[in-house]
Design a protein around this ligand. Structure first.
Ligand SMILES: CC(C)(COP(=O)(O)OP(=O)(O)OC[C@H]1O[C@@H](n2cnc3c(N)ncnc32)[C@H](O)[C@@H]1OP(=O)(O)O)[C@@H](O)C(=O)NCCC(=O)NCCS
Length: 333
């Protein structure tokens, strides 16, 4: 089998128009802008309203990436959607996006890896290109956390926002692989740190099940401790696999869950503020969409200049986590 390298062709994003500030949350919770912004860095988040849902934002992000890529829908042959709170379990969000963008030649499916979804999608997508099975791959990460938050739990509901990001990969014609290194990891023994149950009822002829709550629950302190240990290890392993050092990397595009975690990574890499992409103040934690939204925004605003190299990293429920060293080609949008 001839190894086919991957080019990152475009990045897209979509967020709800409705913005909820920390001050807005004080109307429904015993909290304050001061508490939220000093502990997390979050000032506001975009929240789905009315009939908007994970499919709405996923479709818009996919269209944004498709427009920037110069491809049309029929040229896409694989769609992988990372979502942990889809509008439907089936039809899959992937199938809904396939239909909405006219990707009639693509196969489509969803994966559930919470906030690390885009890194896992990238792992899946790049191997399908490497093997020669597919040429043009659309990855979408879309989450509408606001629908599944416990809005009475101030320790978790203030942290999250909604939105979607997308990335199109294609076979690199020049032989240069944009995915320089990538590792994804899982540790199911830490599953209780962040949970969201699907509530279902047993057949009426049998004993009823104890029903869980279809809501996000989190043990914030344990997540924090776990992440400050595993995330730097994952990044350093990725750099080692890439045969690179922090000084060879231009940007860090981290999962936007907590500014203190991001600053810890920044110190470890000895990066300047300009090298670290932070938008947690605007969007909060948008789960799987967090890394591609940050990347799309930074390319749009010129915070990231191309050509350059970047570390992408994410962590979340599972626990699952991962990092990638990627090339961002000249003119990438
Ligand atoms: C969630 C997080 C910000 C909480 O910060 P913390 O310093 O651990 O705070 P604690 O949970 O110890 O709570 C401290 C106090 O603040 C209170 N508090 C919690 N949320 C609050 C809020 N929104 N507003 C005001 N007070 C709040 C708590 O009730 C507690 O009060 P007490 O001391 O009287 O009991 C932090 O643990 C964190 O970011 N963890 C990582 C979470 C994460 O990354 N999740 C996403 C994974 S994808």
């Amino acid at each position: 089998m001839n190894f086919k390298p991957v080019q990152i062709l475009s990045i897209g994003k979509s967020v709800p128009e409705t913005i909820i500030t920390n001050d807005d949350l004080t109307k429904i919770l015993d909290t304050s802008d001061e508490w939220i912004s000093t502990r997390t860095g979050i000032k506001q988040r975009h929240i789905a309203s009315g009939d908007e849902n994970s499919t709405t934002f996923g479709v818009n992000a996919a269209k944004d990436a498709l427009n920037k890529s110069g491809l049309n829908g029929e040229e896409i042959d694989l769609i992988v959607v990372a979502t942990s709170n889809p509008y439907n379990i089936y039809p899959s969000t992937g199938c809904a996006i396939q239909d909405a963008i006219g990707a009639k030649n693509a196969i489509a499916f969803d994966i559930t890896v919470a906030c690390t979804g885009m890194l896992y999608a990238l792992e899946i997508g790049r191997h399908f290109i490497n093997s020669g099975k597919y040429k043009n791959v659309l990855l979408v990460a879309t989450d509408t956390n606001s629908k599944f938050l416990d809005w009475t739990d101030r320790a978790s509901c203030v942290l999250f926002g909604d939105g979607a990001g997308a990335m199109i990969l294609t076979e690199a014609k020049d032989g240069v692989d944009d995915i320089v290194a990538l590792n994804v990891n899982a540790d199911g023994s830490k599953g209780a740190f962040i949970t969201m149950n699907l509530v279902g009822e047993n057949c009426p002829l049998v004993e009823p099940a104890v029903l869980g709550q279809h809501k996000i629950a989190m043990v914030g302190k344990e997540v924090y401790k776990f992440v400050v240990q595993t995330m730097p290890e994952s990044i350093m392993k990725c750099l080692e696999d890439a045969k690179m050092e922090p000084k060879d990397i231009d940007y860090l595009v981290p999962h936007q869950a907590n500014l203190r975690i991001i600053e810890g990574l920044q110190n470890r890499l000895e990066f300047t503020n300009d090298q670290v992409i932070v938008d947690i103040d605007k969007y909060g934690n948008t789960s799987a969409a967090s890394v591609p939204i940050a990347l799309a925004d930074a390319l749009e605003t010129g915070k990231i200049k191309t050509p350059s190299t970047a570390i992408l990293c994410a962590f979340g429920a599972g626990m699952a986590w991962g990092s990638a060293v990627v090339r961002l080609r000249e003119g990438l949008k």
